[in-house]
Design a protein around this ligand. Structure first.
Ligand code: SAM
Length: 395
């Protein structure tokens, strides 16, 4: 499946979501690696994972890995897609009707495309089709990790149900679209620096180009604010958490799902000198030089509590770097993680290694060839920690 994510050309993101729309797996079993801890201000055991999402009838059809490995085609500004392509094309996102041309002035570097909106805002990952396909693939990794759930916050506890939802740094919008499908009575807003979301989306889903680090200016408060995989995007997490607090209704929930670098290996099968671990150490170092803390999730619980949130929960998961685990579920995650890393590696590395570490692009490419080989090595039991941190604004 080739996907288009642009204002003029996207249909297949919506199609993917039509396939992906499914019921929340109420009472989903926890990941075998899950280790839930009560953080500062927490209340012990995690909340029930049962969800009261209104749509429980449709089945989830997982994509095939080959859906994400086809030729990369940049269809930005293509006019070849017709409206009739969309399986769920029931509503044109308001975003597409109001954007100024300048947000499409994407920057090209090292053969990759980067965002244009507020070019001074340094986001180091590309926004081209290759990266957008990877983000959709990664969404499936989260689906596997949370066994079909989109969030861990106990939204069924909200006194008036889920009404207004914000997804910060929404990327392709795939989480927001899935959420809007599951909660058709909620209004879901996704914001991003890049206007790369599909045009045809559920009628209760809206996308806006917006810098999450600037002052927020929304019409109404939210009862759920979500951000996923933003650790490479945000420098001042306390400031972001403060804006979340100020823009939530009393009793509302905030949730961040992110990776927590560096890679780990617990059994010595990959030493600190292995290319996989070295890549992650250098990535952390290069990001730090640019003011980005790739270990930021370690502080989320404390920072959320300092801002005033309560019931702070931290859940830890694992993404094996390839199919090395014995457990079938972990093995499947490893399969998707390997593809995720192979697809993403150049995009993750170019900005951070050239700007943060001062490497030449050619040096980066040579190193990445070795790293790719290391990622494939099933004798190395390397994994990436994934943390989900959620908290409630006091009533
Ligand atoms: C790694 S992607 C994750 C996308 C999406 N949350 C997901 O999980 O699929 C990070 C996204 O954050 C966006 N982003 C980075 N800095 C941002 C900012 N200051 N304001 C809004 N979005 C931002 C990027 O454009 C990118 O789409």
């Amino acid at each position: 499946m080739s996907s288009s994510h642009n204002a003029d050309a996207s249909t297949s993101g919506a199609e993917q979501n039509a396939e992906r729309t499914g019921s929340s797996e109420a009472n989903a079993a926890s990941d075998i690696q899950q280790n839930v801890v009560a953080a500062a201000g927490g209340q012990g055991a995690p909340h029930s994972s049962a969800e009261a999402g209104p749509s429980t009838q449709s089945a989830y059809y997982p994509p095939s890995l080959s859906d994400f490995t086809g030729p990369v085609a940049d269809s930005h500004n293509s006019s070849s897609n017709s409206d009739t392509d969309s399986a769920v094309g029931d509503f044109v996102s308001t975003r597409s009707q109001s954007l100024s041309e300048s947000v499409f002035d994407f920057r090209n570097e090292h053969g990759r495309r980067y965002h244009a909106y507020r070019d001074g805002v340094e986001y180091q990952l590309p926004n081209d089709e290759q990266e957008l396909d990877r983000l959709d693939l990664q969404h499936h990794l989260f689906y596997l990790t949370l066994r079909g759930k989109l969030q861990q916050s106990p939204l069924d506890e909200l006194p008036y149900g889920v009404q207004n939802v914000l997804d910060i740094g929404t990327g392709t919008g795939i989480w927001a679209i899935d959420f809007a499908d599951r909660y058709p009575t909620a209004k879901v807003i996704g914001t991003d620096l890049s206007p790369v979301q599909p045009v045809y989306v559920p009628p209760n889903c809206h996308f806006y180009v917006d810098d999450a680090t600037a002052d927020w200016n929304f019409d109404a408060p939210f009862d759920f604010i979500h951000g996923r995989m933003l650790v490479v995007a945000i420098k001042d997490w306390s400031a972001l958490f403060r804006q979340c607090f100020d823009n939530l209704t009393p009793g509302g929930w905030v949730e961040f799902q992110d990776l927590n670098f560096p890679f780990r290996c617990d059994d010595g099968s990959a030493g600190p000198d292995s290319a996989a671990l070295q890549w992650s150490y250098k990535f952390v170092e290069g990001a730090a030089k640019l003011g980005i803390d790739m270990t930021a999730p370690n502080k989320f619980a404390q920072q959320l509590a300092e801002v005033g949130f309560v019931d702070v929960q931290v859940e830890r998961y694992v993404w094996p770097i390839n199919r090395w685990p014995k457990d079938e579920h972990e093995k499947e995650k490893g399969l998707w993680m390997l593809q995720n890393m192979q697809e993403g590696l150049q995009g993750f590395s170019m900005g951070i290694f050239t700007k943060g570490l001062g490497w030449r692009a050619e040096e980066v490419e040579v190193f990445l060839a070795e790293v790719r080989r290391a990622f494939n090595n099933r004798k190395s039991h390397v994994y990436l920690p994934i943390w989900i941190v959620y908290a409630r604004k006091p009533s």
